[in-house]
Design a protein around this ligand. Structure first.
Ligand code: SAH
Length: 224
């Protein structure tokens, strides 16, 4: 364990680019939640990207992962996380864990993260990486995240990192009253609107949080 998971900054040679990325999130993208900025300034993003791309890890880009998937742009990770308004006590469901980078950010900001990824090869790499980095508050599963993870519900927050045609009903059902879900929704598979869903006593309300572009959410309540 190298201390990363406890939220301490470690000396890994990337402090300066990571700090610059964090300042850009604050100044250019107006991310205001200090806890989110602190987590982004802590997680070693270069260890979540392919080796050949490590020098680009703190640039403001999405990067290729494998089998056609991508590791999300730092800004969108920060924005989605901020929209969840985490205080540290929450149980969070994450769908489309991919590289595990967003999972690590959530793990620093919530009590427990339940992460689901549908592609086995991607999931195995991410799971081992997160374990080696010392994150201990993550449960990981391979499967269709559009069905949620019933036995651990209700969740205080849900983050979906792939774009679907509609809000999956099982995820609404598994959200606690007052809980927040952020999910990219779009009629096309290439661009979406980031939607924040807030569960209410009677149903849920939605807010449009701006355009985004994610890989498709594939599953029973996503694209077929
Ligand atoms: N935040 C991740 C994003 C990865 S891309 C990162 O920064 O690395 C989105 C991921 O969602 C892909 O790995 C894809 O395989 C996964 N995915 C798509 N549909 C899914 C589903 N129904 N359930 C779980 N994972 C899904």
């Amino acid at each position: 364990m190298n201390g990363t998971a406890s939220g301490r900054n470690i000396s890994d040679g990337y402090e300066i680019p990571r700090g610059r990325m964090t300042e850009q999130l604050r100044n250019t993208y107006k991310i205001a939640d200090d806890r989110v900025l602190g987590a982004m300034n802590t997680v070693p993003r270069h260890l979540f990207v392919p080796n050949a791309l490590q020098s680009q890890a703190y640039k403001d880009n999405a990067l290729p992962l494998s089998v056609g998937q991508t590791i999300s742009q730092p800004f969108i990770v920060a924005r989605m996380t901020e929209l969840l308004e985490l205080s540290g006590r929450e149980r969070v469901l994450e769908i489309g864990s991919g590289s595990g980078y967003q999972t690590a950010v959530l793990a620093l900001l919530a009590r427990k993260v339940y992460a689901i990824e549908r592609i086995q090869s991607i999931a195995s790499v991410a799971k081992e990486r997160l374990r080696n980095l010392g994150y201990r508050n993550i449960s990981y599963r391979v499967g269709d995240g559009t069905l949620g993870w019933q036995i651990y519900s209700p969740f205080d927050a849900i983050l979906v990192a792939a774009g679907g045609p509609e809000i999956p009903q099982p995820l609404v059902d598994q959200l606690a009253v007052g809980g927040r879900m952020v999910i990219p929704i779009g009629e096309g598979q290439k661009s979406q609107v980031l939607v924040r869903v807030t569960k209410t006593e009677k149903g849920y309300s939605t807010e449009n949080c701006g355009p985004c572009a994610f890989v498709p959410l594939i599953g029973e309540h996503g694209w077929k």
